[in-house]
Design a protein around this ligand. Structure first.
Ligand code: NAD
Ligand code: UDX
Length: 504
C-alpha cells in the first residue's frame, strides 16, 4: 500500500488530501499538523474550515484511509510520498520584508523530513513557493548525509476557496514539475499515477521544476490582474455613465478574453493573490528586472485604490462624515462560501470607516465575532506573527464602535447606511423594503459586490451606490475625496517589531 503524508492541515492540505483519499481507496493518507486544535477539529464533527461538500468527503474516508494526526514525525517517516502544504506568508521583517515569501515553516518541515527519514521519499511542494525553492529544499534534505535519496516535485495547487471540492474533483489541470533525470521522471510518474485515478491524462501537465513553481505565481498574478483591470474600468464607468457590468460582458464575449474573473468589486482579497504577486515582484527585483516588478506591483496598487475609493465614496456621500453613524457591514469573508478572512477587503474598508469614527454593526454568516475583532485590531499581515496578538488583544476586545450580530436585519436596524462587502447569496434575497423601513433616512446602500437590483432599491427609496454603475443624482453631487484608508487610521508603533500598528 502506498502511504502519503501531508504536512499542513490547512485550507489546502485538508481538502486536497481528503479528495486523494476518496479517489484512491488503496492509498493511506495521513494529514499532520503542529496545531493540536486544528487536528482535533479535523477529527470532530466541526471541521476547522467551512467549504461546501468537504464534510461529506471527510466523513466517507476518515478512519478508513484518511487520518488526521499531530504525530508528525511518525507519519512522515512511514510515508512514500510527503506533500508539504504549510503556510508561506509574506515576510514581515528582515530582508525582503513586505514582499518576499517567508519560508520558515517550509524550511523547518524540510529539516524534519531529513531528520526522521530512514528510506527514500518523494517530497512534493504543494505550498506556493518562490521559483527555485526546490533547489534550496534539495540542499536541506541532503544535509544529513544519510545516503537517502529524495526526489523533489513541484505540484502547486490551483483550488479556490468556496469551490475547493468542485475544483479538486474536476481540475482544469494538475501541474507536476520534476527533475529531468531518470529518477526525476520516475517520481513524476508516481505522482501522476495518483492523480490519474480521477483526472483525465490530458489534464495532467508535466514540466520542469522551475516552470511548475513559476506557473503558480504567474497564474495568480494573471487572475488578479483581470480583477484590477476591470476595477480600474469601474472608476471610469462611474465618471462617464457607462455600466461596468455591460462593459465586462461585452469585453468578455471576445473568446480571446473570456467571461470569467471580470466582476468589478470592492477589491480582491484572500490569502493568495496579494502574497503571490508581492513574491513575484520580489523575485523580479532580485533578478534585475525592475520594469517587470513595477508592472505587477500596479495590480496591487489598483486594488488598494479600489478599497480607498469605496471608503471615500461612503464618507463623502454621507455629508462627508460618518462619525457616530451606524453603518451596517454585510459580509466580512473575502468571498462567499468561505469563513476565511485573510486579506479580505472588509478589513481595510472597516478600518477606514472606524478611522472616520463610524459605529459598525457587522454580520457575516460564517465569520465569528472573535475573528472579526482579531482582524480589525491586527496590523497588516498580523496573522503572520500571532505572538503579537497578546499585545494587541486589549484593544481588540475594546473596539467600542463595533458590534458583531448574527442577522442582517439586526445589523441594518437604525443604520444610516449598508455596505455589502461579500457576495453571499442570502444578501440578494433580503427583504429590502423591511430593511428600508427600519433604517435612518436618507438610507444608503453601498454595494461593493454588485449583487443588488439597483433600480428596485432606488424605487424603495434607497440612495444606491454600486461599483462601476451609473451614479444617481445624489452621488454625482457629492464627489468622492482622495483620502487613503491609511491616513484615516491612527497609528502607534508595536513594541515587538518595527511596523506601525493601527489602533482605534
Ligand atoms: P493554512 O495556514 O491554512 O495551513 C497551513 C498549516 O500548516 C497550518 O495549519 C500550520 O499549523 C501548518 N504548519 C506550519 N508549519 C508546520 C510544520 N512545520 N509542521 C506541521 N504543520 C505545520 O495555509 P493554506 O491556506 O492551506 O496554504 C498552504 C499553502 O498553499 C500556502 O503556500 C498557500 O500559498 C498555498 N495555496 C493556498 C490556497 C488557498 O486557497 N488557501 C490555494 C492554493 C495554494
Ligand atoms: C485564488 C485562485 O483563484 C486559485 O486558483 C488559487 O489556487 C488561490 O487563489 P481564492 O483566493 O481562494 O483563489 O479565490 P478567488 O475566487 O480567486 O477570489 C479571490 C478574490 O478575488 C476574492 O476576494 C473575490 O471576491 C475576488 N474576485 C474574484 C473579484 O473581485 N472579481 C472576480 O471577478 C473574481
Amino acid at each position: 500500500m502506498v502511504k502519503i503524508c501531508c504536512i499542513g492541515a490547512g485550507y489546502v492540505g485538508g481538502p486536497t488530501m481528503a479528495v486523494i483519499a476518496l479517489k484512491c481507496p488503496e492509498i493511506e493518507v495521513a494529514v499532520v499538523d503542529i496545531s493540536i486544535p486544528r487536528i482535533n477539529a479535523w477529527n470532530s464533527d466541526q471541521l476547522p474550515i467551512y467549504e461546501p461538500g468537504l464534510d461529506d468527503v471527510v466523513k466517507q474516508c476518515r478512519g478508513k484511509n484518511l487520518y488526521f494526526s499531530t504525530d508528525v514525525e511518525k507519519h512522515v517517516s512511514e510515508a512514500d510520498i510527503v506533500f508539504v502544504s504549510v503556510n508561506t506568508p509574506t515576510k514581515t521583517q528582515g530582508l525582503g520584508a513586505g514582499k518576499a515569501a517567508d519560508l520558515t515553516y517550509w524550511e523547518s518541515a524540510a529539516r524534519m523530513i531529513a531528520d526522521v527519514s530512514k528510506s527514500g521519499k518523494i517530497v512534493v511542494e504543494k505550498s506556493t513557493v518562490p521559483v527555485k525553492t526546490a533547489e534550496a529544499i534539495e540542499r536541506i534534505l541532503s544535509h544529513n548525509n544519510k545516503g537517502i535519496s529524495f526526489q523533489i516535485l513541484s505540484n502547486p495547487e490551483f483550488l479556490a476557496e468556496g469551490t475547493a471540492i468542485e475544483d479538486l474533483f474536476k481540475p482544469d489541470r494538475v501541474l507536476i514539475g520534476g527533475r529531468e533525470t531518470p529518477e526525476g521522471a520516475k517520481a513524476v510518474k508516481a505522482l501522476k499515477d495518483v492523480y490519474a485515478h480521477w483526472v483525465p491524462e490530458d489534464r495532467i501537465i508535466c514540466t520542469n521544476l522551475w516552470s511548475a513553481e513559476l506557473s503558480k505565481l504567474a497564474a495568480n498574478a494573471f487572475l488578479a490582474q483581470r480583477i484590477s483591470s476591470v476595477n480600474s474600468i469601474s472608476a471610469l464607468c462611474e465618471a462617464t455613465g457607462a455600466d461596468v457590468t455591460q462593459v465586462s460582458h461585452a469585453v468578455g464575449k471576445d473568446t480571446r478574453i473570456g467571461p470569467k474573473f471580470l466582476n468589478a468589486s470592492v477589491g480582491f482579497g484572500g490569502s493568495c493573490f496579494q502574497k503571490d504577486i508581492l513574491n513575484l515582484v520580489y523575485i523580479c527585483e532580485c533578478n534585475g528586472l525592475p520594469e517587470v516588478a513595477h508592472y505587477w506591483k500596479q495590480v496591487i496598487e489598483m486594488n488598494d485604490y479600489q478599497k480607498n475609493r469605496f471608503v471615500n465614496r461612503v464618507v463623502s456621500s454621507m455629508f462627508n462624515t460618518v462619525a457616530n453613524k451606524k453603518v451596517a457591514i454585510l459580509g466580512f469573508a473575502f468571498k462567499k462560501d468561505t469563513g476565511d478572512t485573510r486579506e479580505t477587503p472588509a478589513i481595510d474598508v472597516c478600518k477606514g470607516l472606524l478611522g472616520d469614527k463610524a459605529n459598525l454593526s457587522i454580520y457575516d454568516p460564517q465569520v465569528s465575532e472573535d475573528q472579526i475583532r482579531k482582524d480589525l485590531s491586527m496590523k497588516k499581515f498580523g496573522w503572520d506573527h500571532p505572538g503579537h496578538l497578546q499585545l494587541l488583544s486589549p484593544s481588540a476586545s475594546d473596539i467600542k464602535q463595533l458590534s458583531v450580530v448574527w442577522d442582517a436585519y439586526e445589523a441594518t436596524k437604525d443604520a444610516h447606511a449598508i455596505c455589502i462587502l461579500t457576495e453571499w447569496d442570502e444578501f440578494k434575497k433580503l427583504d429590502y423594503q423591511r430593511i428600508f423601513d427600519n433604517m435612518q433616512k436618507p438610507a444608503f446602500v453601498f454595494d461593493g459586490r454588485n449583487i443588488v437590483d439597483v433600480e428596485k432599491l432606488r424605487k424603495i427609496g434607497f440612495i444606491v451606490y454600486s461599483i462601476g454603475k451609473p451614479l444617481d443624482a445624489w452621488l454625482k453631487d457629492m464627489p468622492a475625496s482622495k483620502i487613503t484608508i491609511e491616513s484615516r487610521v491612527p497609528k502607534f508603533m508595536c513594541g515587538q517589531c518595527t511596523s506601525a500598528i493601527q489602533e482605534y
